[in-house]
Design a binder for this molecule. Structure first.
Ligand SMILES: [Zn+2]
Length: 392
């Protein structure tokens, strides 16, 4: 048979095969499948028979570097603290799950911060750490740069161990005069980044969001359901900067402040580990946490495993735990932690990344990466301890 005959024969087989498939879907047995099924009603059950490991307790004591036990209400210059999770409830879960310390990132500033410190680390030494936040309502004031640096000094004196920068910076914070978005690398923040470095307070910084949040919410968007559940998470159109611009601005800041340690939250950009690797290679003061992104890491388990191997001294454990139930992947409790432990400690395949009937961030499942003991110890505690200046 010559090449042309062979190709002809192959196309004939393919055509025959395709006819058979369309006969099956439209034939008598396919009556059900020809009806439209609303996506919200589609809850398929996996028939895959695979090993299931129940990891009730972390193998080693850990620090959860990324939680929201408290938050501040409103956007006033005098923030009011509110508790999303009660400290007693935290402690019960922490003891069951082998969590040594929880870092409450959103402690606000001023009197709210002092209240958070009093009710968390001061009331329960060693179990909680509180971070402060920039005073955004003052950001357009002429004396903001100095005031912010002073506030960081005060927060440090009060007992705050680091600074949390929400995605507010880059996506929401606007000038009061002309309503223009304030850039992440705006020089008015330089004294804040520098003061943090001088006081050895790490910056936990959330910049940008999943790539699909910057795309139209249409049939091609892999987070269609998530964006319908949280329409305010869409940064498509309007005057929003692109993900690339936001990432570039953050890189500029890290480069400009080499003495300051940055923990880029949510793996910096969990969907592009190649890009994150490049950034880590070029910025020795950059670290990452894995909060709310095991759904991303676990759907690329081989790349993720290599990433943990290569950057084992710069990845910290975090969950984004909060008291709410609108984002099941973050809902504080036993079920959430067990999934993180299963992902990091086992090689189980194809399991849910969140305790929810439908995967809330996108319809896929994840596989574990079975980290060896040495890496697991660093990710669970060693790296965070170093960044927070704790004795191991
Ligand atoms: Zn968070």
């Amino acid at each position: 048979m010559n090449r042309r005959d062979w190709i002809g024969l192959c196309s004939a087989w393919m055509l025959a095969g395709r006819k058979k498939i369309s006969a099956q879907t439209t034939g008598a047995g396919g009556a059900q499948s020809s009806q439209d099924l609303p996506l919200r009603e589609y809850v398929p059950k996996s028939m895959l028979q695979v090993h299931e490991t129940h990891v009730a307790r972390a193998r080693f004591p850990l620090i959860d570097f990324h939680t929201h036990i408290t938050g501040v209400r409103g956007n006033s210059r005098e923030p009011v603290l509110r508790f999303g999770i009660e400290p007693e409830k935290c402690l019960a879960v922490m003891n069951r799950k082998n969590i040594k310390t929880m870092v409450d990132l959103t402690g606000g500033y001023g009197s709210a911060l002092r209240e958070a410190i009093q009710k968390l680390p001061e009331a329960h030494p060693g179990r909680f750490i509180v971070f402060t936040e920039p005073a955004w309502p003052f950001a357009s004031d002429p004396d903001y740069a100095k005031r912010q640096a002073d506030l960081i000094q005060d927060a440090h004196k009060a007992g705050a161990k680091g600074i949390k920068v929400l995605k507010t910076l880059g996506l929401f914070l606007r000038e009061t005069s002309n309503h223009k978005l304030v850039r992440l690398d705006d020089p008015r923040f330089d004294p804040m980044w520098e003061t943090a470095g001088a006081l050895k307070m790490p910056i936990a910084i959330h910049t940008s969001d999943p790539l699909a949040f910057f795309l139209p919410i249409d049939r091609y968007n892999e987070r269609w359901e998530e964006l319908h559940a949280h329409p305010d998470w869409s940064f498509y159109g309007k005057d929003f900067p692109s993900n690339k611009e936001l990432q570039e601005e953050r890189l500029t800041v890290m480069k400009r402040h080499p003495r300051t340690q940055f923990v880029c939250l949510h793996v910096a950009e969990a969907e592009d580990l190649g890009f994150v690797s490049q950034c880590l290679d070029q910025h020795p003061n950059m670290n990452v946490d894995i909060a709310a992104r095991i759904g991303e890491l676990g759907r690329q388990p081989r790349a993720a495993r290599k990433f943990f191997d290569k950057y084992q001294d710069r990845v910290v454990f975090g969950t984004d735990a909060s008291g709410g139930t609108a984002t099941p992947q973050q809902t504080f409790g036993d079920a959430m932690y067990e999934i993180y432990y299963r992902f990091l400690e086992t090689e189980d395949e194809y399991f849910d990344y969140a305790p929810a009937p439908v995967p809330p961030q996108g319809r896929w499942r994840i596989s574990g990466i079975g980290l060896p003991e040495t890496i697991l110890r660093k990710v669970y505690q060693g790296n965070a301890s170093r960044l927070l200046g704790l004795s191991a």
